[in-house]
Write a protein that binds this ligand. Structure first.
Ligand SMILES: [Zn+2]
Length: 398
């Protein structure tokens, strides 16, 4: 097995200290900051041709740009998701083209699979017996599947409101689950309590931005988009945003692709949040460098009800560094936009609808041009949120 990777350390986003990946499973030991992978010259030597010749199974294709070798990755065939044109939606927005990057096509129906693949690989390499995380639901299902693949135990801490599908499939994959009364922050509290229990000293955290690897895995979405456009950089990518893994991953990807000379610039990265749980939007509007806890979150879009994003500051960086915007969308507008994409044959989720509704706002405000190519990320399969989509139709009397 080839065990050489391009990874040469984990660098703290706050204090910039470099740490040994083998000795650093979570955040910066010096200051608690989020850790990001840094790569040696081999990663910068990747070319379009070398990628074109790479194997096409899961994320292994990009292993020269990832912390793990192709052979060592815990994979279930994630990635390589379709980029589907939505010409009717594009015409309505008055932009050049709209494409939906359909992350529902991942093994457990969520973009989280990209990150859990890497984070579970790291957990296995650290000798963990069990992985654990707080989640609004979908990442728990994903973690249970990837843990099963690596022969590890898993435990997801989910709020009661989490979807039936995610809870059921977490158990079906053999994962343990603590269903915590209340909302997502209550699940986070229960997770943190369990992690600090001495009896659980061998648990390995897969919490967003706590492990250095979920945002690393999220990079591969933009890698694929650039390849799917034959290296033409789209004008905009809209990320429905909870903790910020997707948009931060795309920011890291754009930087890495530019450093390797594969593209000359980055797309504008836009954050979309439900307007009644929009801490990144509020912080961006206020000109703040970090998010504040959203006091009364209230949205039907449960996957994005994250009042205290772990990657808030990094998401704001991504938006500002690329000339993007952070936009709130009402639940009704999000559900209507999702239904509209479905009417065009694209199985968007309610979560994906938040990005589509935000794109409509961006177009109306002149932030998307008539020639622009816009990518909407659909983070979760429509089938995983069928109940909230169907309820929306029923309220309209359909
Ligand atoms: Zn630090």
């Amino acid at each position: 097995m080839d065990t050489t990777t391009s990874l040469d350390g984990l660098v703290c986003a706050d204090c910039e200290a470099t740490h040994d990946p083998a000795a650093t499973p979570r955040r910066c030991p010096d200051c608690g900051g989020v850790l990001r992978a840094s790569y040696d010259a081999a990663a910068a030597a990747v070319t379009r041709e070398s990628l074109a010749g790479a194997r096409f199974d899961g994320l292994a294709r990009f292993s020269d740009l990832l912390p793990f070798t192709a052979d060592s990755l815990v994979t279930a065939g994630e990635g390589a998701t379709p980029l589907v044109p939505a010409p009717e939606f594009a015409a309505e927005l008055g932009v050049g083209a709209v494409y939906v990057k359909d992350e529902g096509a991942n093994p457990t129906g969520t973009t989280a699979d990209r990150g859990t693949a890497l984070a579970v690989t790291a957990a296995r390499d650290h000798g963990a017996e069990k992985v654990a995380l707080p989640t609004t639901g979908d990442a728990g299902q994903s973690a249970a599947a990837y843990a099963a693949r690596a022969d590890l135990d898993s435990e997801a801490f989910v709020p009661t409101r989490s979807t039936f599908v995610a809870k059921a499939m977490t158990n079906v994959h053999g994962g343990d689950m603590s269903v915590v009364e209340g909302r997502y922050p209550d699940a986070v509290d229960a997770f943190e309590g369990a992690m600090s229990d001495d009896d659980n000293a061998d648990w390995h955290s897969l919490a967003p931005f706590d492990t250095p690897y979920r945002h690393e895995g999220a990079k591969t979405l933009l890698f694929e988009v650039l390849e799917q456009f034959d290296w033409a950089v789209p004008d905009a990518v809209v990320h429905p945003t909870g903790h910020g893994l997707g948009v931060v991953g795309s920011h890291l990807a754009a930087d890495q692709m530019q450093e390797a000379g594969l593209v000359d610039d980055a797309p504008a990265l836009h954050v979309a949040q439900p307007e009644h749980c929009a801490p990144v939007v509020a912080a961006d509007d206020a000109g703040d460098d970090d998010t504040e806890v959203w006091e009364r979150p209230d949205t039907l879009i449960g996957a994005l009800e994250v009042p205290d994003p772990a990657g808030g500051a990094l998401a704001l960086d991504a938006v500002r560094d690329t000339g993007g915007w952070a936009v709130g969308a009402s639940d009704d507008d999000a559900l209507e936009a999702a239904v509209q994409l479905n009417a065009e044959g694209i199985e968007a989720s309610a979560t994906g609808g938040v990005g589509a509704a935000a794109a409509r706002e961006l177009a109306a405000d002149g932030h998307l041009g008539s020639d622009d190519t816009v990518v909407l990320v659909n983070p979760v399969a429509g089938t995983k949120e069928n109940d909230v989509l169907r309820s929306h139709l029923m309220r309209k009397g359909v």
